[in-house]
Design a protein around this ligand. Structure first.
Ligand SMILES: [Cu+2]
Length: 149
C-alpha cells in the first residue's frame, strides 16, 4: 500500500512537471510621476516575459496610453494602440523586442520596452530613431537589457 502511494505520488509529480509553463501576468503602470521622481513614465520601463504572457498597462494616472512604436516590434507581430486613460491588456505571442510609447508623451520620453523570449529584432529596434527624451530613456533601457543577460 505504502509503495503504491509513493508510486502514485511520483506519477503525479512527473505528470505535472511535463505540463507547459503557465502563462504569467505582468503589470506596467502609466504614471505622471515615477517612483524616482521623473515625470511621464511607464513603470517598470523594461519587462522581460515569455511568449503567451500578458502585460496589463495600468492607467494609474490619467491621460496616457500604450502604443507599439512603428519599426520597433518583431516582424509579423500584431501592433496595438490603446485608448487614452484606460487600462489595457495585451498578450504577446512572438519573440522579440517591443518598443512601447505613450502617444501624447512620446517626445517627453514616455516609453517602455517589453522583451518577449529572445530579443530577435535587437538591431532593428536599436536602429529606430527616437524623438527628444525618448532617445535617452531607450538608451538606458537597452543598457539595462544588456545587464540583465
Ligand atoms: Cu503619457
Amino acid at each position: 500500500m505504502r509503495l503504491t502511494r509513493l508510486t502514485l505520488a511520483g506519477l503525479v509529480v512527473a505528470a505535472l512537471s511535463s505540463l507547459p509553463a503557465l502563462a504569467a501576468d505582468f503589470e506596467v503602470k502609466m504614471l505622471n510621476k515615477g517612483s524616482d521622481g521623473s515625470s511621464m513614465v511607464f513603470e517598470p520601463a523594461l519587462t522581460q516575459i515569455q511568449p503567451g504572457d500578458t502585460v496589463h498597462f495600468i492607467a494609474a494616472s490619467k491621460g496616457h496610453n500604450a502604443e507599439t512604436i512603428p519599426g520597433m516590434f518583431p516582424e509579423g507581430a500584431e501592433s496595438f494602440k490603446s485608448p487614452i486613460g484606460k487600462d489595457f491588456s495585451f498578450t504577446f505571442e512572438k519573440d522579440g523586442i517591443y518598443g512601447i510609447r505613450c502617444t501624447p508623451h512620446y517626445g517627453m520620453g514616455m516609453v517602455a520596452m517589453i522583451v518577449v523570449g529572445e530579443p530577435t529584432n535587437l538591431d532593428e529596434a536599436k536602429g529606430v530613431k527616437q524623438p527628444g527624451k525618448a532617445a535617452d530613456r531607450f538608451e538606458a533601457i537597452f543598457t539595462q537589457l544588456e545587464a540583465a543577460k
